[in-house]
Design a protein around this ligand. Structure first.
Ligand SMILES: [Fe+2]
Ligand SMILES: [Fe+2]
Length: 153
């Protein structure tokens, strides 16, 4: 399970932190379900929801970076594209896994998603901290991801 830690905070509880916490909740949900034995359909549902929220979050983060002329924007956007590609690979891998190996692959997927998101937050998103004051006035136009309500319960 991913535990939210203060050192992950980018904007002191603002829209970026709220988004990250929501993405962490989805990944934790996947891990909890996977521990109980997750059907292919359930796994697909949670992972597509994760993909939707991730794309939405990356999109708004990129918008905020563009609005403040963030110097690392090009590299950061490239990293987002690679993360989405990694998520697509996970989805493809699950579809290609036979039923007998599904539990093992789900457990591996939970680990991979953990590293995937936490790694990006700690290594790349944290560098935005110094621009957050500038970003926050633009961020007022965004609602929190958790209010979009696409995630299956
Ligand atoms: Fe982020
Ligand atoms: Fe990011």
């Amino acid at each position: 399970m991913i535990e939210w830690r203060e050192k992950m905070s980018i904007d002191d509880g603002g829209i970026i932190d709220q988004d990250h916490r929501h993405l962490i909740e989805i990944i934790n949900r996947f891990e909890t379900l996977a521990a109980d034995g997750l059907s292919r359909g359930e796994a697909r549902e949670v992972l597509y929801a994760l993909k939707f929220y991730t794309e939405t979050h990356f999109g708004r983060e990129e918008q905020l970076q563009n609005m403040v002329n963030y110097p690392d924007a090009a590299d950061h956007h490239q990293e987002h594209r690679e993360l989405i590609k990694a998520l697509d690979d996970v989805l493809l891998h699950l579809e290609e896994t036979d039923d007998a190996h599904l539990d093992r692959v789900h457990a591996e997927t939970a680990h991979l998603l953990h590293d995937w998101l936490v790694g990006h937050i700690l290594h790349s998103d944290l560098k935005m901290r110094v621009y957050v004051a500038q970003m926050s006035k633009h961020a007022e136009n965004f609602g929190a991801l958790k209010d979009l309500e696409v995630i299956p319960e």
